[in-house]
Design a protein around this ligand. Structure first.
Ligand code: TMP
Length: 235
């Protein structure tokens, strides 16, 4: 399969067409943004970490019966994926209070939740990805009830598998964001699963091992990404 023209460039990835229209190639960059692009920077080696960690997680989830867009890793930064039409929802699961939830409700970060939270944001950079509820998503034609049901069920399952996997390597999965896409009318897991899109805390020390170190100017960003690679056995 041959890589062809650039069809999309986002904040952290480039997407290229392939000669087979069912596939495309993702190239992970080292560029990092936060707060809807207001903060910009570079995290050296991030593209390699996010490519390899995402592919590792997608393979693990596929073994558990979660269908994903992953097809084949081509290089340190490049992967062939199924070309999906993205459902414009950011699907967030939270196991403990942190980030925007902690801020909005005045909670201490790390507070236990009685059950995991599932949230949706409407994927729209101009609007700053506003949070929406099921009823708004359905009424406004962003997703159907059936799509929301499938996505919610898959997201909770992904949480169960990922929480258990990361606990096994000494990492607490605080929260994360998923994106889903349609491939020939079937909803599959797409985008990435990486320290850019998850909050990872060391189970014992609660040290942050994710993009919050960049968002909050904490330093040790590259080291945190490298540590996550070590924990999952990829470095
Ligand atoms: P939040 O607490 O800022 O709402 O973030 C929840 C989770 O979603 C966190 O693990 C980081 C991830 N996330 C993204 O992947 N992309 C985004 O644009 C945002 C705002 C959060």
């Amino acid at each position: 399969m041959e890589k062809k023209e650039l069809i999309y460039e986002g904040k952290a990835k480039k997407v290229y067409a392939m000669d087979d229209p069912d596939y495309c190639m993702v190239e992970y960059k080292d560029d990092a943004t936060a707060f809807n692009g207001l903060k910009k920077g570079t995290i050296r080696g991030k593209g390699v970490v996010n490519n390899k960690m995402s592919n590792f997680m997608f393979k693990l989830l596929a073994e558990k019966g979660i269908e994903t867009h992953f097809v084949k890793e081509i290089s340190d930064r490049e992967t062939i994926v199924k070309k999906v039409s993205i459902v414009p929802l950011e699907v967030i699961i939270r196991n403990k209070a942190a980030g925007s939830l902690a801020k909005k409700l005045g909670l201490e970060e790390g507070m236990e939740l009685k059950c995991p939270i599932l949230e949706f944001s409407y994927k729209n950079d101009e609007l700053g990805d506003p949070m929406i509820n099921n009823s708004q998503a359905i009424a406004c034609g962003i997703a159907t009830q059936e799509e929301i049901d499938v996505i919610s069920d898959m997201a909770y399952k992904v949480n169960d598998y990922m929480k258990e996997f990361f606990a096994g390597v000494g990492v607490e999965l605080i929260d994360f964001k998923l994106e889903f896409g349609k491939f020939h009318d079937k909803i599959i897991l797409a985008d990435e699963i990486s320290p850019d899109t998850c909050r990872f805390w060391d189970i014992k020390t609660h040290e942050k091992l994710d993009k919050d170190r960049f968002r909050r100017d904490m330093g040790g960003v590259e080291e945190a990404y490298a540590e996550m690679m070590k924990r999952i056995g990829l470095a």
